[in-house]
Design a protein around this ligand. Structure first.
Ligand code: ADP
Ligand code: MG
Length: 629
C-alpha cells in the first residue's frame, strides 16, 4: 500500500464552508435543484469523455452506452446519481471538489454584505453546482474512477460539509462517478420514485444522455423492481424543432450550460443552412457574471460538432463585445478532431461567427421592443456592447442602433434614448446629433456648454462612461447624420438662429476684441485661443477643445494607461454680456486682471467636472480678489 491509498482528511478551502452555509439557507425553498446540478455534472462528464475518445478510443473501455442512473434507497435513506463519464483522479477530486476553482470567487465573497437575505440573492449568480447536495444531505459520498485508469485507482470522497472531507483510494471496476446523498432528517419525501421522476422531467429533460430510473411495480405491497426505464427524452435540445421545445426546456437548458441559477433574459435558436450547416442556440443572461471585466475571462459559447461536445469557451465563435452570450453552436461541417489552433483561421468558423453575431444583434433588436427588459439588458451589458463600435466595423450601425443614452430631454440618469428616437425629435434645421462627454452624469448634465442647446430646445446626449470618450471617434455618423461633440470646435447653430441673433453675435464679437486681446496676453500659453462664445446664456465663460484636438478626458485615460500624450490646450470662450465679464473689462490694474483671467479659466475647468492642476493657486487668487472687492 502506498501513502496515496491511505485515508486522509483534508480541510476545505476557507470559502467552501462559507459558501455551504450561505447556500443551505438560500436554496432551501428550491431544494430539489440539487438533482439538476448532479445530473448536469454527470452529463458534462459524459460529454468530456466522448470528446477525449475522439483521440483515444480505448478510454471507452468497451462500454459506450452512456447513461446516468438515478436510484434511491428508502432504508438507507440515500439518493444516488451515477454516470459512466470521464470520472476523476485523486488530484482531480481535490482540485474540483475541495476547492472552488471558479474565476470570480474572490469578487463574489467580497460582494457579500453579511445580510443573509441580500446575500442569498447573490448566490444564484455564482452557480453553486455540486455543493447544492448539502441542502438536502447531511453527508455526501462521491466514488469515482477516471477513464483509462485501473480499477484500483478509484477514489472515495466524503464530507458532512462542516469544513473538512476525507479521501481514500478504493477499487472501482466501472469508470465514472457516483454521488451518494445521505439525506438530512425530514427529507424523506425525496425517497419517492414519482417525486424524483417529476424533478428530473422538470429540470433535466433536455439532457441529451438517457437518465435511467428503476421501474417500480404499481403494486405497493411487494415493491418489486424490474429493470430500468428512461425518464427524459434524451435528445440534444437544440436539434429538436422549436415547436417541440417548451419555454421551460429552453430555460433549464440555459441553466445547465451557463451554470447559472437565474432564467435567461432572451435567446435565439436557429438552424442555418447554406454553404455550411450548423445550429445555434444562444442566450443573453439576466445578470452579469462576476468576471465580465476580467480581460482573460472565458467566453460562453460551447462548440459541438455533429452533437459531440468539442470545447467550452470557444472564443473564436463570438466577438469580444458579445462575450456575455452563452449557448451552443453545433456544426455539421467541422472535423471532429478540431483543435483551438485549427479554429484560429478557419473559414467555417469565421462564417459561423459572423452569422452568429448578426443573429445575436437582431435578437437584441427584438429585445429592444420591450423597453423594460431592454433596460435590464442595457444596464448590465451596455458598456460591453459599446466596445463593439470599435471592434466590429461591419455591424457598427446596428450596434449604434442598440445603444441607449441619457439626454437633456429625458433629464434622467437612466440611459433610455436610442439614436433613432433622437433623430425623430430633431428640431427643424438641426443637422447633427449633439453629445457631450464628461467624467460623470452630473458634470455632463450641468455643463454650461449646454446652455444654448437648452435655450433652443435642442436635445443633447449626455455621455459619462469611461468608454464614451471613444464614442465620437468611432461613430462619426448615424443614418446620414453627423455626430458632433458640443465641447469641441465651434457650435454652428446658424441654420437655427434668426437674423437678429446673428447681427447681435457679430456686434458682440467686434466690441469684445480689446478684451479678448488682453485675456490672450494674460493667459499666454495656458490657452490655445480666446473667443466670444455662442453657446453660453448664463455662465461667464467656458472651455472647449479645437475640432481636431484630442479630448482631455480621453487624454486622461491614455495617461492612466501609461501612454505619454501631450496636453491639449483649450479654447476659452467668454460671454461678453455677463456681469463678471463686464466687470473684468473695466479692470485697469494688470495684475488683478490676470488673476481674474486665471480664476475664470479654472472655474470653467471645474464646471466640466475636472480637477485643477493647482487648486491652491486658484484659492489664493480667489481670496485675493474677494478681499479687494
Ligand atoms: P461546475 O459544474 O459549474 O464546474 P460544480 O460544483 O457542479 O461546478 O462541479 C465542480 C467540478 O467537479 C466540475 O467542474 C467537475 O470538474 C467536477 N465534477 C463534478 N461532478 C462530476 C462528475 N459527475 N464527473 C466528473 N467530474 C465531476
Ligand atoms: Mg455543475
Amino acid at each position: 500500500m502506498t501513502v496515496d491509498t491511505d485515508k486522509e482528511t483534508l480541510g476545505f478551502q476557507a470559502e467552501v464552508k462559507q459558501l455551504l452555509d450561505l447556500m443551505i439557507h438560500s436554496l432551501y425553498s428550491n431544494k430539489e435543484i440539487f438533482l439538476r446540478e448532479l445530473i448536469s455534472n454527470a452529463s458534462d462528464a459524459i460529454d468530456r469523455l466522448r470528446f477525449a475518445m475522439l483521440s483515444d478510443e480505448s478510454l471507452g473501455e468497451n462500454n459506450t452506452d452512456f447513461t446516468i442512473h438515478v436510484t434511491y434507497d428508502k432504508t438507507a435513506r440515500t439518493i444516488t446519481v451515477a454516470d459512466n463519464g470521464i470520472g476523476m483522479s485523486r488530484s482531480d477530486v481535490i482540485e474540483n471538489i475541495g476547492t472552488i476553482a471558479k474565476s470570480g470567487t474572490r469578487e463574489f465573497f467580497q460582494s457579500l454584505t453579511g445580510d443573509q437575505k441580500k446575500d442569498a440573492n447573490l448566490i444564484g449568480q455564482f452557480g453553486v453546482g455540486f455543493y447544492s447536495s448539502f441542502v438536502v444531505a447531511e453527508r455526501v459520498t462521491l466514488v469515482t474512477r477516471r477513464a483509462g485508469f485501473g480499477a484500483e485507482h478509484g477514489v472515495r470522497w466524503e464530507s458532512d460539509g462542516q469544513g473538512s472531507y476525507t479521501l481514500e483510494n478504493v477499487d472501482k471496476p466501472t469508470r465514472g462517478t457516483e454521488v451518494i446523498l445521505h439525506l438530512r432528517e425530514g427529507e424523506d419525501e425525496l425517497l419517492d420514485g414519482h417525486r424524483l421522476r417529476s424533478i428530473i422531467r422538470k429540470y433535466s429533460d433536455h439532457i441529451s444522455v438517457p437518465i435511467m430510473m428503476e421501474v417500480e411495480e404499481k403494486d405497493e405491497e411487494d415493491q418489486e423492481r424490474t429493470g430500468f426505464e428512461q425518464v427524459n427524452r434524451a435528445s440534444a435540445l437544440w436539434t429538436r424543432s422549436k415547436n417541440d421545445i417548451s419555454e421551460e426546456d429552453y430555460k433549464e437548458f440555459y441553466k445547465h450550460i451557463a451554470h447559472d441559477f437565474d432564467d435567461p433574459l432572451t435567446y435565439v435558436h436557429s438552424r442555418m443552412e447554406g454553404n455550411y450547416e450548423y445550429t445555434l442556440l444562444l442566450y443573453v443572461p439576466t445578470r452579469a457574471p462576476f468576471d465580465m471585466w476580467n480581460r482573460d475571462r472565458r467566453y460562453g459559447v460551447k462548440l459541438y460538432v455533429r452533437r459531440v461536445f468539442i470545447m467550452d469557451d470557444a472564443e473564436q465563435l463570438m466577438p469580444a463585445y458579445l462575450r456575455f452570450i452563452r449557448g451552443v453552436i453545433d456544426s455539421n461541417d467541422l472535423p471532429l478532431n478540431v483543435s483551438r489552433e485549427i479554429l484560429q483561421h478557419n473559414r467555417i468558423i469565421e462564417t459561423m461567427k459572423s452569422n452568429a453575431t448578426k443573429k445575436v444583434l437582431s435578437m437584441l433588436s427584438d429585445l429592444a421592443k420591450d423597453a423594460e427588459k431592454y433596460q435590464t439588458f442595457w444596464k448590465t451589458f451596455g458598456r460591453v456592447l459599446k466596445e463593439g463600435l470599435a471592434e466590429d466595423e461591419k455591424n457598427r450601425e446596428t450596434i449604434a442602433s442598440l445603444l441607449r443614452f441619457a439626454t437633456t430631454v429625458t433629464e434622467s440618469e437612466q440611459q433610455s434614448v436610442s439614436l433613432d428616437e433622437y433623430i425623430e425629435r430633431m428640431k427643424e434645421g438641426q443637422e447633427k446629433i449633439y453629445y457631450i462627454t464628461a467624467d460623470n452624469y452630473a458634470a455632463a448634465k450641468d455643463s454650461p456648454l449646454l446652455e444654448i442647446f437648452r435655450k433652443k430646445g435642442i436635445e443633447v446626449l449626455l455621455l459619462s462612461d469611461q468608454i464614451d470618450y471613444l464614442f465620437g471617434m468611432e461613430l462619426t455618423e448615424y443614418k446620414g447624420k453627423e455626430l458632433q461633440s458640443i465641447s469641441r470646435g465651434e457650435v454652428d447653430l446658424s441654420k437655427m438662429a434668426d437674423e437678429a441673433e446673428k447681427e447681435e453675435q457679430k456686434k458682440q464679437e467686434s466690441e469684445a476684441q480689446g478684451l479678448i486681446e488682453r485675456l490672450k496676453k494674460a493667459l499666454g500659453e495656458q490657452v490655445k485661443e480666446v473667443r466670444v462664445t455662442s453657446r453660453l446664456t448664463t455662465s461667464p465663460a467656458c472651455l472647449v477643445v479645437d475640432e481636431y484636438d484630442i479630448d482631455p478626458g480621453f487624454q486622461r485615460i491614455l495617461k492612466a494607461a501609461g501612454q505619454s500624450v501631450p496636453t491639449t490646450k483649450r479654447i476659452l470662450e467668454i460671454n461678453p454680456t455677463h456681469p463678471l465679464i463686464l466687470k473684468l473689462n473695466g479692470e485697469s490694474e494688470e495684475k488683478r486682471f490676470a488673476d481674474w483671467a486665471f480664476v475664470l479659466y479654472d472655474q470653467s475647468l471645474l464646471s466640466l467636472g475636472e480637477q485643477l492642476e493647482n487648486p491652491t493657486a486658484f484659492v489664493n487668487r480667489l481670496n485675493d480678489l474677494l478681499t479687494h472687492l
